[in-house]
Design a binder for this molecule. Structure first.
Ligand code: GDP
Length: 349
């Protein structure tokens, strides 16, 4: 019997209303401020939910297989989280490829009306075996009977195609308008008395070693932990340009390239790559250095967008940042395109 997307449904509830210590754990500040949810921890929960939803499916066919996160497509934050309501994570498999799965997660807060926090899409890959000997496994596909399920599967394929197209564009020359935008940013830097913010100065970094503790706790999800740390550093970095308070507006994209192993040293780097109006884009990368120090590789790359707001959550402007060298131009342009895409499709204003 074939499995339908609805049969893969998985829901997790964060009981903020009844569990005092849980609520405290998710708070930014121990004060009744607006937008008080720790977004980094929310990402950690999302990754865990995506893993469980994927694993429930994969283990029906391969009881010993595991799943790893390959990528997180854009996540636009629709509403800030209300700490006086529970948070529901409703996950379902939208599409199954050869060994990959797209998990959709709708994050909502019940009540009248229901508050839609975000819709998220994770690409997970099923693997069997451990370490260097791990191989991907071939998964059976889903059966689609409902129209909405077919649409979601189509959208999953579309998201994958869009990302490939975006990647291909990175190797193309900029358009005329893009070229003019970059030229004006460089010309401004040549003016006498220029005192704008240079992108090269807006960075933050951190180091961390990975201990067996992280592996031994079965509930602790590595991918989620890494992106939480990357997000928290990005948030700190964004404060270098935000005159008010930067709160998360979107995750543009997160890629997982190389697995992190016990004993690795991790180098997190964050940099403000782009600003526009009240928006700030911060790129956060994680580089792993193996225990024997012979291997260095980028394990993760993330692009986060923050919005600068006042105490009433009204958007406030952010100063322009200026890229100087080729790499900074490329990052500026990539973030610009990514934000334009989000603004066009999903009402990120
Ligand atoms: P959509 O993907 O454009 O349909 O956007 P939605 O916000 O409606 O849903 C986001 C994702 O969450 C979907 O792609 C589904 O994978 C999942 N999802 C949506 N509704 C439900 C639900 O009622 N239950 C469960 N388990 N998952 C849901």
């Amino acid at each position: 019997m074939m499995i339908k997307p609805v049969d893969t449904s998985f829901t997790k509830v964060l009981s903020l209303t009844s569990d005092e210590s849980l609520r405290r754990r998710f708070m930014v500040l121990d004060e009744p401020i607006q937008a008080n949810m720790r977004f980094g921890l929310l990402l950690e929960v999302l990754d865990k939910v995506a893993e469980e939803a994927a694993l429930n499916y994969v283990n029906r066919f391969y009881p010993d297989a595991r799943v790893v996160t390959a990528a997180i497509d854009n996540i636009v934050v629709r509403h800030v989280t209300d700490m006086s309501r529970d948070v529901h994570f409703k996950a379902r498999i939208n599409h199954v490829g050869r060994s990959s799965l797209e998990i959709g997660i709708r994050v909502e807060q019940p009540g009248g009306p229901v508050r839609h926090i975000a819709s998220c899409y994770f690409t997970m890959v099923a693997r069997s075996g451990v370490g260097e000997g791990a191989t991907s496994v071939a998964l059976p596909g889903l059966e689609y009977t409902e129209e909405i399920e077919k649409q979601r599967a189509d959208k999953a394929l579309q998201r994958r195609a869009d990302y490939k197209q975006q990647q291909a564009l990175l190797h193309e020359p900029p358009s005329r308008e893009e070229f003019e935008m970059l030229t004006s940013l460089h010309t401004a830097q040549d003016e006498p008395g220029f005192n704008g913010l240079l992108a090269s100065k807006l960075t933050a970094d951190a180091w961390e070693r990975m201990y067996p503790e992280q592996e031994n706790v079965p509930q602790k999800i590595f991918g989620g932990y890494l992106i939480r740390r990357a997000y928290e550093l990005a948030s700190i970095c964004s404060e270098q340009v935000a005159p008010n308070r930067p709160i998360p507006a979107a995750v543009n994209r997160i890629n997982f390239f190389h697995p992190v192993r016990m004993g690795d040293k991790l180098h997190y780097t964050a940099r403000v790559v782009y600003t526009n109006g009240s928006l700030i884009c911060v790129e956060a990368n994680i580089e792993r250095i193996s225990r024997d120090r012979t291997t260095k590789a980028m394990s993760n790359s993330c692009l986060f967008t923050f919005v600068n707001v006042d105490e009433e959550l009204q958007r406030q402007p952010v100063p322009q940042v200026y890229p100087t060298n080729y790499g900074e131009d490329a990052r500026y342009l990539a973030a610009h395109r990514s934000c334009q895409g989000l603004i066009k499709n999903r009402q990120l204003v």
